[in-house]
Design a protein around this ligand. Structure first.
Ligand code: BG6
Length: 300
């Protein structure tokens, strides 16, 4: 396991832009600073908790009630959901990757001022039920935030089937005032209606009640139009066939002990991955990369 700074491969010019510190719950984290932005990443879950462009509100929503405790996911930011999405009998929801302390492997500075950090999921008892694999996660910080989850089978003979999802929580001015664009005509599973399959009819999806939808067979960019913050967020992706949109609304917010009763008003999750019928089956030795680029611009 490699979590200490001295064991990490780093070029000197990157060191000024990466700071190691104890975060909340005294959990180790990295703060990254570039000419355009700052970011925070916990080793717990390789969890990005912050991305903020200079002169802009934070891009990522973080719950004020989040716990920072071993074995429990952080509420907000970007939980890494792997190797399954949703509930699984006898196991915790959304896989084990988000509650493991990932190994920090390297910083990769780029001449353009970007900083990339690579993490690897450590060996843990839970992987024993799967063919051998590696899971790497590369976070690149510059004007935007780019996240890459790379799963590589190390098996010589077995297929490896899994789901993955970057469960991104976005900060918005008022959830009831935003529109989510880019999903019209796409089929989705409506969890609020008991996983009934429906087709999105709206060009601009609005939030006025609990929303929990898994859109399938969709690879396109999704935009979040936020008139209150005067911001458009772009969620661009590659290697992803599913998009999940979630807002817990009033009753579910009250049920969640690590989420404020009113916090649903300031967030929306637009999650990119490969889930349900879009799960990935890797042949022996195969590899798959899920890439999500998050950026923002002024809403015109
Ligand atoms: C979403 C699911 O991805 O995650 C929701 O679609 C779920 O059903 C939500 O409630 C949060 O999950 P968790 O495990 O982080 O509370």
């Amino acid at each position: 396991m490699t979590t200490n700074a001295s064991a990490v491969t780093a070029k000197p010019e990157a060191l000024g832009r990466v700071t190691f510190l104890d975060g909340q719950g005294e959990m180790p984290m990295l703060e990254i600073s570039t000419a355009w932005s700052t970011a925070g990443i916990y080793l717990h879950g390789a969890h990005v908790t912050q991305f903020k462009k200079k002169d802009e509100p934070p891009l990522l929503f973080m719950s004020q009630c989040s716990r920072f405790t071993d074995g429990i996911p952080i509420r907000g930011g970007v939980p890494v959901v792997f190797p399954w999405f949703g509930a699984r009998e006898g196991s915790s929801q959304h896989g084990f990757a988000r509650v493991k302390v990932w190994d920090l492997k390297e910083f990769v500075p780029a001449p353009d001022g970007s900083v990339s950090v690579r993490f690897r999921l450590p060996d843990c008892p839970e992987v024993s039920g799967y063919p051998p694999f590696t899971a790497d996660y590369i976070v690149t910080v510059n004007q935007s935030l780019t996240l890459q989850l790379i799963i590589t089978s190390q098996s010589k003979d077995a297929e490896f089937t899994f789901e993955d999802c970057l469960h991104t929580y976005f900060e918005v001015g008022d959830a009831t005032a935003i529109s989510v664009r880019g999903l019209k005509g796409i089929s989705y599973l409506d969890k609020v209606a008991g996983y009934v399959e429906k087709t999105e009819t709206d060009d601009l999806l609005r939030i006025a009640s609990e929303v929990d939808r898994t859109y399938l067979n969709t690879t396109g960019t999704v935009e979040i139009l936020d008139p209150r913050l005067g911001r458009k967020i772009l969620v661009e992706k590659q290697g992803s066939a599913s998009t999940v949109v979630w807002n817990p609304w009033i009753a579910k917010s009250r049920q969640m002990s690590d989420f404020g009763d009113e916090e649903y008003q300031r967030m929306v999750c637009v999650e990119s991955g490969n889930v349900a019928s879009n799960s990935i089956s890797l042949p022996p030795g195969g590899s798959s990369t899920l890439t999500v680029k998050l950026s923002s611009e002024t809403l015109k």
